[in-house]
Design a protein around this ligand. Structure first.
Ligand SMILES: [Zn+2]
Ligand SMILES: [Zn+2]
Length: 149
């Protein structure tokens, strides 16, 4: 984890961003989580260390602009997850409307189909697709089982 923190530190230093201990702490949160976190979630995890909500927002903004984390907008909420080191390229999400949990859907076939679709769009519309965010909504397995009982 520490070598990953210092790699991120190098990236940011190269762009003249100073990495304070608070910012490093926030980076550790993203490195240690495979969840999709709202800024408030991050704040809950670091506030005991005296880190303020504006610092969380500012750090998330820096990390996002440097492609270290990825933003997922769902409705009026924004979630963030680690992008660097995650090895995930095309991304499909499923959000449960009952419990609010967000899952990554790791389906190779689906991803290949999406790559096909994006390359068709690229040639048809003469554009270059850099990213794709897809969010499916519904009820997760856990909540589905609960509603039956
Ligand atoms: Zn659910
Ligand atoms: Zn995700």
């Amino acid at each position: 984890m520490n070598s990953k923190v210092s790699m991120i530190e190098d990236i940011l230093r190269g762009k003249n961003f100073k990495l304070t201990s608070s910012r490093k702490e926030i980076i550790r949160i993203f490195l240690g989580s495979d969840k999709h976190l709202k800024p408030e979630d991050v704040y809950e995890l670091v506030k005991a260390k005296g880190i303020s909500l504006p610092t969380v927002y500012r750090t998330i903004d820096i990390l996002k602009r440097n492609q270290i984390i990825e933003e997922i907008s769902i409705g009026k909420h924004r979630y963030y997850e680690l992008k660097i080191f995650s090895g995930k390229k095309l991304h499909i999400h499923f959000k449960c409307d009952v419990c609010g949990e967000i899952f990554d859907i790791d389906d190779q076939k689906l991803v290949m189909d999406l790559i096909d679709i994006t390359s068709n769009v690229e040639s048809e519309y003469k554009v270059e697709v850099e990213d794709l965010l897809m969010v499916l909504h519904g009820v997760c397995e856990k909540c589905k089982n609960k509603t039956i009982i």
